[in-house]
Design a protein around this ligand. Structure first.
Ligand SMILES: NC(=O)C1=CN([C@@H]2O[C@H](COP(=O)(O)OP(=O)(O)OC[C@H]3O[C@@H](n4cnc5c(N)ncnc54)[C@H](OP(=O)(O)O)[C@@H]3O)[C@@H](O)[C@H]2O)C=CC1
Ligand SMILES: CC(C)(CO)C(=O)C(=O)O
Length: 318
């Protein structure tokens, strides 16, 4: 084994909230050298580590190698992987957040919701490998420095815009060693549309209903019909954009959501806590793709317009 192969893989996580902390802990268990850029919780994590209370593994503590306020402070040369896991919200410049830590050989990994969210990063770092990842998990920060893992945990990922490199496979191997089930795909953009099918239907409805959970949304034939219409429209847009999704996916999503314990979407939680919502990443981009591809999407247009009204009202002084 060469010295290079023996060295620990260096991972810097920018946006170390629920997702960054949860998958960061798995990467550390898998043998990586993990550092975090935190914002408001840096001091508490420096003192106590990041506690993860998991339904699957019980309690554990992530003790990052470096705990930083900014990517520019990362020591020891550029990381092998830079994981970006901030919410994709209006006004947050994701490129500036990571620029100072991206070296020529750094693979950038996005673990974020939404569709068509990669191009901004791909354009800013054209020479870097870009790995796009979708988290099928329910985790939340419940107190400063404390993350609770409620359910699921799998990660689907692949290279953007397509393919599967050795770097992706190595990232998967680290996560698998840390207890995360990974689904590697050569068609990650299609996988994003498949996840968006769920998010673009349930997330807006959960907010527009005032903070509904999945059981509330599927509790009446009218509610289920709305969710299905939104999903059918996302499927039509994905298809027009060259990403065919199986028609059975809609029934599967509805059935699996019914079987799982009731939960509130991340957008409902952001709404209830008066935090910015990922409206553009999750539904705005799907609507714009629908307009571009000339697909009739009345349900998505209405959900999007109503969400913009809610966002507008939330931005006004009380
Ligand atoms: N939580 C979940 O179960 C799931 C989340 N996702 C997706 O994963 C992504 C991350 O979500 P999640 O981890 O829940 O979000 P969190 O709000 O828990 O974490 C986001 C992190 O980004 C940090 N951050 C935000 N803005 C900045 C900034 N300007 N500079 C530095 N740090 C910043 C936050 O800092 P601060 O502590 O100061 O707020 C926080 O540490 C989202 O796209 C979400 O939709 C996908 C599936 C499931
Ligand atoms: C469904 C879930 C929790 C991911 O599994 C999600 O993506 C969201 O709530 O936005």
């Amino acid at each position: 084994m060469t010295a290079n192969q023996a060295r620990q893989t260096r991972v810097l996580i920018v946006g170390a909230g629920a997702i960054g902390g949860f998958y960061g802990a798995a990467l550390q268990r898998g043998g990586a050298d993990v550092s975090l850029v935190c914002r408001s919780e840096a001091e508490v994590v420096r003192q106590h580590g990041y506690r993860i209370e998991s339904v699957r593994r019980g309690d554990s503590v992530l003790r990052p190698n470096q705990i930083l306020l900014s990517a520019a402070d990362y020591q020891g040369g550029p990381p092998d992987y830079l994981v970006l896991s901030v919410k994709v919200v209006h006004g947050l410049d994701r490129v500036s957040l990571i620029r100072d830590a991206v070296g020529p050989d750094t693979a950038i990994v996005l673990i974020e919701n939404g569709v068509e969210i990669e191009s901004e990063i791909a354009q800013a770092f054209p020479a870097n490998e870009l790995i796009s990842a979708l988290a099928f998990v329910q985790v939340s920060r419940i107190a400063p420095g404390v993350i609770r893992h409620f359910a699921f945990g799998d990660l689907t990922f692949g290279n953007y815009p397509r393919g599967l490199s050795e770097r992706s496979r190595h990232f998967g191997a680290l996560l698998e060693s840390g207890g995360i089930q990974c689904a590697l795909t050569e068609q990650v953009v299609t996988a994003r549309w498949a996840k968006c099918l769920w998010n673009a239907a349930f997330n807006p409805a959960s907010v527009l209903g005032g903070g509904l959970d999945t059981e509330d949304m599927l509790g009446t034939p009218e509610g289920e019909a709305l969710v299905r219409r939104a999903m059918q429209e996302v499927r039509a847009v994905a298809d027009a954009a060259g990403h065919s999704l199986a028609p059975e996916l809609i029934d599967q999503y509805i059935e699996n959501t019914r079987k799982a314990p009731a939960y509130k979407t991340s957008m409902a939680l952001d709404y209830l806590h008066r935090r910015p919502m990922e409206i553009e990443a999750i539904i705005g981009n799907a609507v714009r793709a629908g307009r571009r591809e000339r697909v009739d999407i009345p349900t998505l247009e209405n959900l999007y317009a109503l969400l913009k009204m809610v966002e507008h009202k939330a931005g006004k002084p009380a």
